[in-house]
Design a protein around this ligand. Sequence first.
Ligand code: CMP
Length: 141
Amino acid sequence: MGNRTLAIIKPDAIRARRQGKIIDRILQAGFEIQAARIIRMTKSQAEGFYEVHRGRPFYEELTTFMSSGSCLPMVLEKEDAVEEFRKLIGATDPAQAAPGTIRKDFAASVGENAVHGSDSDENAEKEVAFFFTTGDILSNL
Ligand code: CMP
């Protein structure tokens, strides 16, 4: 199991000024933030990031939403980071998310669900490379 994952605080959470509370949960859970940026994706960048979902019924809505405001991508490290971060954020649909998870507490719907986390080590590596270069990541220096 790898020790790195890619997290994104999504536009709904940034608009609601919840990024500080979400980052606090991440730190309290023992993750190290090794890189972070605040960005605004174009529609075509959002389409590129979610390329694996192209063709799904929610792809258009998802990429429009992800390019509707700022996002905060982060490189997080912890032992077994992908799995541990997915536990911390809870199910994709906040209605199904366990109590105490980030999505349960901060997300409104399956489409606007406050945070993204990589779903495998392989995708974590690709997603980190989408937003960051090697020299941006503290643990690489
Ligand atoms: P995320 O972890 O960013 O990865 C893909 C995203 O698609 C997911 O979170 C959801 O926000 C979004 N999405 C929107 N509608 C659906 C749906 N019906 N099923 C799964 N994901 C959806």
